[in-house]
Design a protein around this ligand. Structure first.
Ligand code: GLU
Length: 381
């Protein structure tokens, strides 16, 4: 059988590592022993020539511990306040530990709106690539103290999936409190079996993950699967692995069968298309016919008015919109050249008729292929 792991590891140079709260925190606040050992492993990898970027949780859990709060925090301001207390400590612990191993760290706190704004997105990308060039370790968390629902990543799994795109990672390692993805919930069934490789997001795979979370984290296995789905869709492999296992990172990189490996489901999508597909919030939907579906998915063409059957939502020029077939399956997402009102007037028409109907023909395409990301999972050939 083909050794998929070896293929993935051979090509891995830039690695995004995400560590969840359940891995980092113990009954005694931050688990310094675990942090020290993960930091030692990351430092070894950095010395071996890998570029390492870390996405870490643990701010809220650490803040709660400082204040001796044991129950779950419910209100947003309480969580934000706890994060403000815990984030400093979290960074202090990492910084001390990395410095013992000869590495400097850099703190980056982000909200979703930092990534949906193209200019800020590019600034973050430049900063991260400079930090990597300088061989420092960027440590990223959500900027919890300012994030409210509309600008929240939701959880750090989602944040990490977006960062994987920003840094164009070759591998995303998601360290969690379980051994990987099981075929059913291992805390409920003794028969649960660990899935070693996922090469397709079948219904069984999606059903295998519950959204139960540990008391410390926000994510749960479901959000880890969603994150794996996002990165593999743009050609980045993902490994969900047990973060508290001794030497977990070293062993993964040595090719040991640890955790669940999610293989890339598509060829690498370029960073801009990924940004359109997974970072921007969708403003509407265009229903396309079978001919347009073929043109987009198989021929890599732009979306023209003639292939449009219907338009839903209220959006403007430049907004991100999904393209779906008549069954409602989402196939692609792109930036539109016309508003929803204009598209409903030109749907089904030939490009040559645009001017006659709208009084202008600034664009021939409703979505140009350069601004169109195909998001339907392509199965591995
Ligand atoms: N940003 C949160 C923290 O550092 C964690 C979010 C998550 O676990 O997904 O506490």
């Amino acid at each position: 059988m083909k050794n998929f792991r070896q293929d993935v590891l051979t090509n891995a140079k830039t690695i995004l590592i995400k560590v969840g709260s359940a891995v980092l925190t113990g009954s005694d606040g931050l688990d310094l022993k675990i942090i020290d050992s993960l930091v030692r492993e990351m430092s070894d990898l950095a010395e071996a020539g890998y570029s390492i970027v870390l996405v870490t949780s643990g701010a809220i859990a650490s803040g709660k511990h400082r204040l001796k709060i044991t129950e779950n925090l419910k209100s947003m301001p309480e969580k934000q306040a706890a994060a403000a207390i815990g984030q400093g400590r979290l960074m202090r612990v990492y910084s001390k530990s990395f410095e013992k191993n000869g590495h400097y760290v850099a703190q980056i706190l982000l909200t979703l709106s930092d990534l949906t704004d193209r200019q800020r997105y590019l600034n973050i990308r430049n900063t991260l690539s400079t930090l990597m060039e300088w061989k420092t370790i960027p440590i990223i968390n959500e900027n919890d103290t300012v994030a409210v629902d509309e600008i929240k990543f939701g959880d750090n799994d989602n944040l990490a999936a977006m960062i994987a795109n920003v840094i164009e990672a070759d591998l995303f390692i998601n360290l969690t409190s379980t051994d990987g993805l099981y075929d059913c919930n291992p805390t409920v069934s003794k028969k649960a079996k660990l899935i070693r490789v996922v090469n397709e997001f079948s219904e069984d795979i999606e059903a295998a993950a519950t959204d139960e979370t540990s008391s410390a984290g926000t994510g749960g296995m479901k959000s880890k699967i969603q994150a794996a789905k996002k990165v593999t869709a743009i050609g980045i492999p993902c490994i969900i692995a047990p973060g508290r296992k001794k030497n977990v990172l070293t062993e993964i990189m040595a090719g040991k069968e640890i955790g669940t490996l999610f293989l890339p489901m598509a060829d690498r999508l370029n960073a801009k298309k990924y940004w359109i597909a997974f970072t921007l919030r969708t403003c509407g939907r265009i229903i396309i016919d079978e001919g347009a579906k073929k043109a987009l998915l198989e021929k890599g063409k732009s979306l023209l008015p003639s292939g449009i059957v219907d338009v839903e939502g209220d959006f403007n020029l430049g907004d991100p919109v999904v393209c779906a077939d008549h069954k409602g399956t989402i196939l692609a997402k792109g930036l539109v050249n016309f508003s929803s009102a204009e598209i409903s007037k030109i749907k089904g028409l030939k490009t040559s008729q645009i001017k006659q109907v709208l009084g202008h023909n600034d664009y021939d395409e409703v979505i140009h292929r350069d601004n169109l990301a195909i998001t339907q999972q392509n199965l591995r050939k």
